[in-house]
Design a protein around this ligand. Structure first.
Ligand SMILES: [Zn+2]
Length: 298
């Protein structure tokens, strides 16, 4: 049974960070584990925009796998354990199978593909998107390996004290010399929805605080909207504010002054139609606006 507890924690660490999946992970009990395992095979269970908010607290929930529950049905548990282990092995192995096929296809299309890939990178784009598993940045933009530098986190935030995203922006601008920086949010974002609920979400509080601050900045506009319109607009405003945060950085301001790039863009991906919406963020206007206080070019 200790193995099942271990497996339950492994299932919770499967790669579904951000959005619906991260929030729908289970409170572990024997029956819940198998149920969750079955649900894991139904991708549509991740796509409901209504699930993330209510279930976000489950991230912090600990295993409730009690010794009495284990003693009650040892045989059933063993079968479940075997089934679960089989699923975990298969879901692991299929990645390597796909990877081998992908590598073969690339070689078949272009024998020099990996030689070029090994030589270095010079991407034109930096993409800052949500960790949500439903937005594959390269696939939806038609770009391939080497063409886009990518950073993703829950709700595509650019926080001043986040050394991760700040390192990415600095490296992409100063060393890779990207020409475009894209902040891409998406409608139906679980992180944004969670931030709209005034409640304690534990470890997520400081992260979601950034989105709640966006709401506060645009309170009047958002309060005039209702339901999904308000939710969608907060997704858009969050993207615009993250663009503003990027334009506040020294790396972007200095590069733009010297080279006239990178240009910062705000986009939103629609899960319903697969299309990107350009919010037409005015890089020049925002730069002019923020430099009164945040000018870091001197
Ligand atoms: Zn999201």
């Amino acid at each position: 049974m200790a193995g099942l507890v271990r497996l339950s924690s492994r299932i919770r660490s499967l790669p579904h960070a951000g959005g619906a999946a991260i929030s729908s992970l289970p409170r572990a009990s024997s029956s819940h584990l198998l149920l969750r395992y079955q649900q894991l095979q139904i991708p549509s269970s991740f796509s409901s925009p209504s699930t993330p908010l209510q279930l976000v607290p489950s991230i912090a929930q600990k295993s409730t796998f009690s010794s009495s529950a284990r003693a009650n049905c040892p045989r059933k548990m063993t079968e479940q354990s075997k089934e679960l282990r089989k699923y975990l092995q298969q879901s692991h192995d299929k990645i390597f199978e796909s990877n081998r096929k992908w590598a073969e296809e690339q070689r078949a299309k272009n024998p020099e593909f990996f030689e070029k890939l090994s030589a270095g990178q010079s991407p034109d784009y930096l993409w800052i998107g949500c960790s949500d598993s439903r937005i594959p940045a390269e696939a939806i933009t038609g770009l391939g390996p080497g063409e886009m530098f990518i950073h993703r986190n829950i709700a595509n935030l650019v926080c001043n004290l986040d050394l991760n995203v700040m390192s990415v922006v600095n490296y992409a601008v100063r060393h890779l010399k990207v020409k475009h920086i894209v902040v891409c949010g998406h409608y139906g974002c679980g992180g944004v929805k969670a931030a709209m609920a005034p409640q304690d979400l534990g470890l997520l509080n400081p992260w979601l605080r950034n989105i709640r601050d966006v709401y506060r900045l645009h309170e009047k506009e958002l309060d005039a909207l209702e339901g999904d319109s308000r939710y969608d607009r907060l997704v858009e405003l969050n993207v615009v504010e993250q663009c503003r945060n990027i334009i506040k950085t020294a790396a972007v301001q200095q590069s733009y002054e010297a080279n006239e790039f990178p240009i910062v863009h705000g986009w939103v991906f629609g899960l319903n139609d697969g299309l990107l919406k350009d919010l037409k963020v005015d890089h020049e206007a925002i730069l002019h606006d923020v430099q009164k206080i945040y000018n870091l070019t001197k």
